[in-house]
Design a protein around this ligand. Sequence first.
Ligand code: NVA
Length: 307
Amino acid sequence: MTRHFLRDDDLSPAELIEVLDLADAMKAAPFDHKPLAGPRTVALVFDRPTLRTQVSFAAGIAELGGNPMTVDGGLAAMGSREGVEDVARILGRQAAAIVWRTAHQSDVVTMADHAGVPVLNALTDEFHPCQLLADLQTVREHKGRLAGVRAAFVGDGACNMGNSWVLAGAAAGLHVVIGAPQGFTPDADVVATAREIAQDTGGSIELTTDPTEAAAGADVVITDSWVSMGREEESQDRLRVFPPYGVTEELLAHAQADAIVMHCLPAYRGKEISEGVIEGPQSVVWDEAENRRHAQKAVLAWLLERS
Ligand code: NVA
């Protein structure tokens, strides 16, 4: 059966660690693994803006011996010119795998149902699982472990990153604390699923509206843009609610002295993160961005081996 990576819990906790171990091995020896030799083609479809995702997948696929084929979602006009089911069958006949960034999670599920090759979610409104692989690889590099690490996600917990942090964090045995305003917590069903996963891994999920309480004692402090893609029309309302949730030097002082700070980027300095924090000694955002390549190579190779 073809395996896909559409949301963080598509990998079991044990499989997640396998993929992260492979990501570390690929980082240590970037040109030693060639599962796409041929070269085989991987389709990269973007309906939304991208920088890190496009370049890290393109570079990673090349390192795996493959050919990255970028498809402009606007030109393909998926959903209007032709349906996702048809596009899935077209791409699945050309490519060994499909990577897709789009709005709706239901569409990546449809793509996976019809493609016949592995489909990877490169960000939807609901989840950003590839980012979380890179983030967990980065946490493990800097903290030496995952289980038991306290991770505070402060800001818009209702976005893809909030949902993915609770799911992947639970699978990795982290204590994830979401510090978000009322109405901006991760999806209730996702939190319930994450708490079930955490029962087996020793992790936990906590929700608070108090950013200081969230940051208190944290080993990792994470934030993300207050206005995700597709939410631009809510900008004014959001910019009124979120300022107390900015990751500033003052907030960071409540975390562990050796806490690391993460942001998936792009960052809006002076809003969700201060200039001093993102450029400061605790920031690991550039490691995170680099690890996109290693982590995505690993999950792609892992899925191809099992499909
Ligand atoms: N939550 C952000 C993540 C960007 C990588 C967004 O969806 O815009």
